[in-house]
Design a protein. Structure first.
Length: 316
């Protein structure tokens, strides 16, 4: 009887250990599986967009912004009025509707049923941050950039790896544009104000991780590699244009410009587009930088050279 009990206990412990090991290995970096189907009907190219803007975060984060919803309203306006996007092909998520699950669901919609010649756009305005990369229960020696959804969970964030995996299923011949008006650095100083009147509203679009999350990077013996969506997508070989709000070590401003709250980069981008809608990405980027001289953030444009000389979003 005793031997039977001990045998059963050994089997049970072995089963628990096996399940824990399997869970660790299957956990990976929590990147979801993406199931999409290319469109082979031979239809004409279409334009699709997902726009995410978050002003109001869950209360415990104490991280509300003011200009992010205005940002995506401005981008939606130029996509429809200037570049001919069908409103039915634009999805919008704001504030408490912009949860991690909802963003991932809409991103899957964005990359599904695509065909050669299609134009797709992902625009995010809100907070960003960075955390130490994880593989299951193990911590790696590199930092991940993250987007901060309404329901930000520091132990299950929306990482650059997740975005890169979703965009990796975009078929060849589809034009992908990613616009991120957020920042992933905690270097917040008075220089953020630049030449602006400091009495005006201005706030960095960055959430500082809580100490228990930051402590994972407080090591005397390790130097942590900083990765970005730019490098992750480039490593994946994805053809794309990426417009980011600032350099990796800068902050993106949520500001009061032209009598309304908006992101400094998105303001400079949309106003440049309205002035010269037929220009290429390189030309619009040059105009954008000229408008950003009052700020100490430098928006970053990256992508394949042949895409940067194309008109934006397939042209007017």
């Amino acid at each position: 009887m005793l031997y039977a009990f001990l045998g059963a206990a050994v089997v049970l412990v072995g089963l628990i250990v096996f399940q824990l090991i399997r869970k660790k290995k299957e956990g990976g970096s929590n990147v979801p599986d993406i199931n999409v189907t290319p469109d082979t009907s031979g239809r004409a190219p279409i334009k699709k967009a997902l726009l995410v803007g978050i002003n109001n975060y869950k209360p415990e984060l104490n991280a509300n912004l003011r200009g992010c919803v205005n940002d995506i309203e401005n981008v939606r306006d130029i996509l429809i009025r200037v570049y001919g996007f069908n409103p039915d092909n634009i999805r919008v998520l704001t504030d408490d509707r912009a949860t991690k699950a909802a963003i991932l669901e809409r991103l899957t919609w964005l990359v599904d049923k695509l065909a050669m010649g299609d134009e797709i756009v992902f625009d995010y305005s809100g907070h960003g941050s960075q955390v130490r990369d994880r593989e299951g229960d193990e911590l790696n020696d590199q930092m991940d950039e993250i987007l901060c959804p309404y329901d930000l969970n520091w132990d299950d964030p929306l990482t650059d790896d997740m975005l890169a995996k979703i965009f990796s299923v975009v078929p060849e011949g589809v034009y992908l544009t990613v616009i991120i008006d957020a920042c992933h650095s905690g270097t917040i100083t008075k220089e953020l104000f630049g030449a602006c009147d400091q009495k005006q509203y201005i706030k960095a679009r960055f959430i500082m991780p809580p100490f228990d999350i930051r402590s994972r990077t407080l090591s005397r013996d390790k130097v942590f590699e900083k990765r970005s969506l730019k490098t992750v997508m480039k490593d994946a070989g994805q053809n794309h244009v990426l417009l980011a709000g600032c350099k990796d070590d800068q902050t993106s401003a949520d500001a009061y410009i032209d009598n309304k709250y908006q992101g400094a980069m998105t303001w400079a981008f949309t106003s440049s587009v309205k002035e010269n809608p037929k220009e290429s990405w390189k030309d619009v980027y040059a105009a954008l930088l000229a408008k950003m001289k009052g700020f100490t953030q430098t928006p970053q444009l990256s992508g394949d050279d042949d895409l940067l000389v194309r008109p934006l979003f397939g042209g007017v």
